[in-house]
Design a protein around this ligand. Structure first.
Ligand SMILES: [Zn+2]
Length: 250
């Protein structure tokens, strides 16, 4: 969606409403360097968006918890948490970030892979190539708790705490289940749940439809399992607050 509406377009102007969002270079240089450049490629790696511009520069957008890029008609009312605006002529690409943890770096394309945090990112779970065949070897020879593995950004990129719980709920696997105990059908369900949960999170609910029961909803409603109605168990797994159903997850 973002890719389709931004590819090939020229950035006429950059307006920085929250200078703290721009990590490098300095905000004024950032705006000046981006002005007039055309968007050549839009890619995603975990929680980073990589926007290649002509002239061999890459804009790296670290979305963190609440950051999002959206297209709006030029001059449309601003969302109160808008941090940066890129004028594309008639439309604007807007970076909205409620909690201000997101940030941007503009780098020579050749240096992008040296940026810390980006280098060691694992498989992109929504990429077409992330098949079960590709997923299986990632688990081979690993030990430890399943949830810890899901949270490791260098194995599968972009799974945060809430989504790890949701994935395990949908796959009917316990967060503390040892990775080495998974059988082939477990691995297949896990792979399917990673794709389904992250796709819904990325696309919104409109296209893929809301599943009958999500753990994310149940957390906010007093903690009953949406599948069997029993009280959800709360625990610390992998050092993180974790919810799961003792009856439905094995
Ligand atoms: Zn249950």
């Amino acid at each position: 969606m973002l890719r389709r509406r931004t590819l090939g377009r020229r950035i006429h102007r950059v307006r920085i409403l929250s200078p703290a969002t721009i990590r490098s270079p300095a905000p004024r240089a950032f705006a000046r360097l981006m002005r007039g450049r055309r968007i050549a490629r839009v890619g995603r790696r975990g929680k980073y968006l990589l926007i290649d511009l002509d002239g061999a520069l890459t804009l790296i957008v670290h979305l963190r918890m609440t950051g999002d890029l959206a297209i709006a008609p030029a001059g449309a009312p601003l969302h109160p948490h808008t941090r940066v605006l890129f004028a594309l002529g008639g439309e604007e690409l807007r970076f909205v970030d409620q909690r201000r943890f997101g940030h941007m770096d503009l780098l020579p394309a050749a240096r992008v892979h040296h940026l810390s945090g980006l280098r060691r990112l694992g498989e992109e779970p929504l990429a077409r190539g992330f098949t079960l065949t590709r997923f299986r070897p990632l688990l081979r020879g690993r030990r430890g708790m399943l949830k810890s593995l899901l949270l490791r950004q260098d194995v599968v990129a972009g799974i945060g705490n809430l989504y790890a719980d949701e994935i395990l709920f949908q796959a009917r696997l316990r967060p503390a289940r040892p990775v080495e105990s998974l059988r082939p059908p477990d691995v297949a369900r896990l792979h399917g749940a990673i794709r389904a949960v992250l796709r819904r999170a990325t696309d919104g609910l409109a296209r893929s439809g809301r599943p009958a029961a999500t753990l994310l909803d149940a957390r906010g409603r007093g903690g009953a399992c949406p599948r069997c109605g029993r009280a959800l168990a709360a625990a610390r797994v992998a050092g993180r607050g974790t919810y799961y159903c003792r009856a439905c997850q094995r």
